[in-house]
Design a binder for this molecule. Structure first.
Ligand code: PGA
Length: 259
């Protein structure tokens, strides 16, 4: 299966820097044998940066509306992202759930809109530090996914990707250990067997996010149930992002060689 590496620029970069970063990333990747690569810029730049996207580096939205078109001032729909050139969209990032109050029901609605629009839906989940310390991390994450996927037809799951992002590791410099990531990813995959079936669970990509950087990416991506990463801070620097993409391709190559 191909890995996915997605750069989430969040609310960073003014236009000139954003364009330069996109050009540096796009021109830095001439092939990507084992990894699908996306960049999720701030929405106002998305259509313009589409011009710099390539066969190897696609554009993604950082979120989409829970509504379809109509009188919803300030919102952008999944179909609009698609028509502006996006191939994928992040849904339910912890900053959306936390700072902007997105409930599980809102996340679920967004997943449906993303799939209806023909986008790849990258659905984020993750526990906070309190929940981890209380031993509630599995329950928290698996419950989020049960909600997000409760009414999705199994035939659509090939367009869905899970991103596990422990909140305590996002932007903190504190990364989950490779073993902690693998443990949660394996639990997520097992949960997907119950929600759908074994073949869907086996074929789904589960990304890790949370202070992923060139120095730790390979070890994390080498874990059997980790299929790439969602990269925040390190995606704001082209050479760091390119190094993480290279780590993903290296991990997938080694995996295919059985080592
Ligand atoms: P980080 O962010 O890599 O800066 O920790 C990850 C994310 O929030 O997607």
């Amino acid at each position: 299966m191909r890995n996915i590496v997605t750069g989430n620029w969040k609310s960073n970069k003014l236009w000139d820097d954003a364009e330069k970063l996109m050009i540096d990333v796009a021109t830095g990747i001439h092939e990507s044998q084992h990894t699908d690569i996306f960049v999720a810029p701030p929405t106002p730049y998305l259509a313009a940066l589409k011009a710099q996207s390539t066969a190897f580096v696609g554009i993604a939205g950082q979120q989409c509306s829970a509504h379809t078109e109509g009188a919803f001032t300030g919102e952008h729909t999944a179909s609009m992202l698609k028509s502006a050139g996006a191939k994928a969209v992040l849904i339910g990032h912890s900053e959306r759930r936390g700072t902007f109050g997105e409930s599980d029901a809102v996340v679920e609605a967004k997943v449906h809109h993303a799939l209806d629009a023909g986008l790849l839906a990258i659905v984020c989940c993750g526990e906070n530090l309190e929940e981890r310390d209380a031993g509630q991390h599995f329950e928290k994450v698996l419950t989020q996914l049960s909600h997000a996927f409760q009414n999705i037809d199994a035939s659509r799951m090939s367009r869905v990707v899970v991103a596990y992002e422990p909140i305590w590791a996002i932007g903190t410099g504190r990364t989950a250990s490779a073993a902690q990531a693998q443990e949660m990813h394996a639990a997520i995959r097992h949960h997907l067997v119950g929600l759908f079936d074994a073949s869907i669970a086996e074929s789904m990509r589960i990304l890790y996010g949370g202070s992923c950087k060139p120095s730790n990416a390979l070890e994390i991506f080498m874990q059997p149930d980790v299929n790439g990463g969602l990269i925040g801070g390190a995606s704001l620097n082209a050479s760091d992002f390119l190094a993480i993409v290279a780590a993903s391709n290296e991990a997938a190559t080694k995996e295919q060689q059985g080592g």
